[in-house]
Design a protein around this ligand. Structure first.
Ligand SMILES: Nc1ncnc2c1ncn2[C@@H]1O[C@H](COP(=O)(O)OP(=O)(O)OP(=O)(O)O)[C@@H](O)[C@H]1O
Ligand SMILES: [Mg+2]
Length: 347
């Protein structure tokens, strides 16, 4: 008896898109399956400039299919489409968000390294340089931007059903935290998360802005994929701590963006060191030199080393990022420096 189309699809779910944690089926790359007795032909469509990607996928898919019972020979044909100009994506259909000049993703492999802190402060810093800025909390499961900006206002909608973002400190903000109560955990399954992510980017009335900063959840999962698959990103900034465990994951995140032709603008090493207020001594709590090494390895700039700073944490918890609250502090000045650099890189 020959295999069924369902079995072939199931088997193809075992093939991951290189650099991502998601498989080629859920990525929507499978365009056709033909079964002719023991011979299977699978048609895939991908948009990439990297020749290694289709080769890797083809080899992995054929190997998996040949391992199926009742299959004598498996052929995987790949139709390669040129990725859209600007930023690319593994899938098809990457487009700009109207009115927005540059979309910058703040990402990390490991959780808790300070992405949201960086995203919030960078957004404030960019705004202080005179740019019009939006900040979108793409961490649908664990939103923190609403907390970091100390507001629980509920967004309203226009007659055309577009969501009006919350305005705070001259920034336009969107976060799942504005839509949920504290007590209601975000129990969402894959497709819903994809839909929310899309809506946050496309259905929010961002207006004319220079920079939309995206605070991503950690890792290389569904949300990241939805974003790189559909939105033209100007670039990504990877946040890490100097620890080896964080650096390994930072590398994975950087690789993910590279695979879909999104430039990595640089690395930010957060919680780099602690300077004791009593004696001014510097302590390398999470080790030292890791960010610099990793940046060299990835051939991207090390944009900054941000110390562990009590005021930074307190400001975040209080709902006013330190760059807005204490402009004279080292951390605030550092974010201003990064923001000015970004404005030069992405004018
Ligand atoms: N440089 C810093 N100094 C002191 N505390 C910091 C610093 N950076 C971040 N923190 C604190 O560490 C905690 C985690 O930071 P944050 O929420 O920004 O990380 P994250 O990478 O966004 O986490 P998640 O992966 O859960 O989204 C927060 O309480 C934040 O205030
Ligand atoms: Mg976060």
């Amino acid at each position: 008896m020959s295999v069924s189309e369902e079995q072939v699809k199931e088997a193809l779910k075992g093939v991951k898109y290189p650099g991502f944690s998601r498989d080629i089926v859920s990525f929507g790359l499978v365009k056709g399956i033909r079964i002719d007795g023991g011979a299977i032909t699978v048609q895939l469509v991908l948009a990439t400039n990297e020749p290694a990607i289709p080769q890797t996928i083809k080899a992995a898919a054929e190997q998996i299919l040949c391992g199926l019972k009742g299959v004598d020979n498996a052929r995987v044909l790949i139709d390669i489409q040129a990725p859209p100009a600007g930023a690319g994506a593994a899938g098809v259909g990457v487009t700009r968000i109207e009115g927005i000049k540059h979309v910058i993703a703040i990402a990390s492999g490991k959780g808790g390294v300070g992405k949201s802190t960086v995203a919030a402060n960078l957004a404030v810093a960019l705004q202080k340089t005179g740019a019009a800025v939006g900040l979108c909390d793409c961490d649908i499961y664990g939103p923190s931007i609403s907390l970091m900006f100390g507001t629980r206002d509920r967004p309203t909608a226009t007659e055309e059903n577009r969501i009006i973002p919350i305005e705070q400190y001259n920034l336009k903000l969107m976060s799942m935290g504005f839509l949920l109560d504290d007590t209601a955990p975000a129990i969402l399954r894959g497709p819903m998360v994809t839909r929310y992510t899309q809506q946050f980017l496309r259905q929010v009335e961002w207006g004319e802005i220079d920079y939309l900063v995206l605070d991503l959840p950690p890792g290389t999962g569904d949300i990241q994929l939805t974003i790189v698959q559909t939105v033209a990103l100007a670039g990504a900034i990877i946040v890490t701590t100097p620890q080896e465990v964080a650096l390994i994951d930072a590398r994975k995140a950087a690789t993910m963006f590279e695979k879909v032709n999104v430039p990595v603008l640089g690395l930010i090493e957060n919680m780099s060191y602690f300077e004791s207020p009593s004696d001014g001594k510097r302590y390398d709590i999470f080790g030292s030199g890791g960010g610099e090494r990793e940046a060299r390895r990835l051939r991207v700039p090390l944009l900054s080393q941000i110390p562990i700073d009590i005021a930074t944490r307190e400001s975040g918890d209080r709902g006013m990022p330190i760059t807005g609250e204490r402009g004279e502090s080292i951390v605030a000045k550092e974010f201003m420096r990064i923001a000015r650099g970004l404005r030069e890189t992405l004018p």
